[in-house]
Design a protein around this ligand. Sequence first.
Ligand code: AGP
Length: 605
Amino acid sequence: MCGIIGYSGHRPAIPAIVEGLRRLEYRGYDSAGVAYEDPRGLHVIRAEGKLGALDDKIRGLDTTSSLCGIGHTRWATHGLPVERNAHPHMDGAGRFALVHNGIIENYAELKAELQAEGHVFLSETDTEVLVHMIAKGVDQTGDVRRGISWALARVDGAYAFALLSKDHPGKIWASRKASPLLMGVGVGENFVASDIPAFLPYTREVVFLDNGELVEIDASSWQVFDIVSLEPKAKEVRHISWDVQAAQKDGYKHFMLKEIFEQPKVIRDCLAGRIQKGQVALPELDALPVPERLTIVACGTSYHAGLWAKYLLETWARIPVQVEIASEFRYRDSVFLPGDLVLTISQSGETADTLAAIRIAREAGVAILGLCNVVGSSIARESDSVVYTQAGPEISVASTKAMCSQMVVLLLMTLAWAARKGILAAEASEDCLRALIRISDLLEAELPAIRKQAKILCQEYSDARSFFVLGRGLYVPLALEGALKPKEISYIHAAGYASGEMKHGPIALIDAQVPTFAMALNDDLLQKVASNLQGVQARGGRIIALVNPGAAPVVESPWVLPEAWGPLKSFLVLPAVQLFAYEMAVYLGKDVDQPRNLAKSVTVE
Ligand code: AGP
C-alpha cells in the first residue's frame, strides 16, 4: 500500500504534490519521490526514509515554474526501501516517469522478456517493469493512450499508477485495477490520487475511478476511457464533506476499525503473486531446507499467530514446532539440533526481544527465516530469508490486520513445506487455496453483521469486571488474542485459556461479573468445549459463544458466524474478537488508536 498523487494546474506543482504526499503518509512512509515537468524537461527526485528527506532534496531546487507533476510515498513490497527503488521510475530513454501503488504479479517474466530485448533495469521493483512496458507499448502503437492499453493487456496484478510524458507537458495519465485511484476536479487544476486526503484542501469534487478505466487530465480538462476499447466513459463528480482526518481513515472512526475492515483485501494482497498453477509459490522458502524442527519466536499478537500456525504445521506438514515468547527465549539456553529453523514473526520488524532471538539463533548457527510486514526492517535484514506479509502500514497500536496477514502467509508456508515433503496431495493444497480465496469474499460480506453483533453484546457485557476467553485446539491462540485486545484498548482484564484448563482452577473465579467469551465452532472438539461451558454455567457464569449455524451449545449469548472450511473459520473468529474489544472500548469512551502506556513497536530492551 503506497500513496500516489498527480497534479496539473495553475499553481506550482511541487508544493501541492508534497503536501498531498504528507496527507497520504499513512499509506506508506519508507521512501518517497516526485517527478515534474518544466521548460527544461522531465525531472525526478527521490529519497529514502520519511518525507522530510525528500523535502531536504527539493528545498534547494527552483521548481516554481513547474505546474505539472506526480508524487509517491512508498510502502515497499518489491525491493528494499532505498533510493533506487523509490518512485517515480522511468523508462530507459527517460521519456516517461511513473508512480505506482500495487503489485505486478508477472513482473519477473516480463522483466526477463524486456531484458532479452535490451532493456536495462536500475531497481528491483515490479514498477520499473510497468513503465518499460508502457514505453514499449507507445513504440508499438505510436500513441500514449493506446500504448498504456497495450501494456496493461499484458500485465497481471493490482495497480494504480500515474504517468508523465516528456513529450506531452501538462498531461497526466492514470489507471487502476484493484488498487484505489480517484480524481480531484478543481478550477483550472486537476488531481489524481490514491485517496481523498491528498487534494482535499484544494477541492471536494471527486470522481471515483473503477477498475479498467484510464483517465487523462491536464489543467483544464479530464476524460475517462475504457482501458480496452479506449471508448470515452461518462463519470459522475461527487461532492465530499469529510475533513482530512476522517478521509485518512476512509470515513472510519478509528484506524483500528479501518484496519479490521481491510482484512478481506489483506487476505487477497497476501495471496497476490503467491499462487501459481493452483499451487503455493513462495520462492523465499526455496533458499532454506524444509525444517526438521521449527522454533517460532515472537511477541504479543505475532506470538499468537505463531501459536495458531503450530497446529497446521504439525498436522499438515508434520513438522514439530515449538513457539517461544521472545522475551523468554532470549534469556534461555535453548538446545538446537541439526535441521532446526528459527522463524521470527514481527509486524514492525523492529521488536527488540525478537531481534535478540535472531542473534541467539545466529550465534548457534541455526538458519533464520523472518516473517515481517515492514520491508527492510531490522528483523528482515538480519534473517537468512524473509517473507513479507504485504498487509500495508498498520497505524493503530492494537494489531489487527497484521495477525490476519501472518496467518495467511503461515498457512501458505505450511502448504509449501508439506508439498516439498511430498506429504500433501496437490488437490488438497488446491482445495485449501480456493477456500482461502473464498474466505476473503465471505469475510467482506459478513463484517458489517459481525460488527453489529459486537456492538449489541459489548453493551450487554460492559459491566464485566473481567473476562475469560476460551477456546480449544486451533482456537486457543485466538482466545489469547481475544484476551489481549480488551486489555490493550478497553482496559478490561481478560484471561485467555484452553477451555479444558478451567476446571483446574480458574473456574473458581466465575461469577456474574466475570463472563466467558467462548469459541465453540463446529469442529471435532465442539463437544469438549460444550462440556467445559456447562461447568461455567453450573457456577452462574454468563457466556458469549461464537458458534456455527445448527451446531451451537445452549448459552446465554450465542454469536452465530457463517460456516467455513476447516481452520479457515479462524478468519471469521479473529475479526469477531477484534470488533468485540473495539466496540467495548468505544462504548467505554477509550482512545482506541493510541492506547495508554503502549507503543506500536517495542524497540527497547
Ligand atoms: C498487539 O496489538 C500489540 N501492538 C503488541 O502485542 C505487538 O503485537 C507486539 O509488540 C509485537 O509487535 P511486532 O509484531 O511488531 O513484533
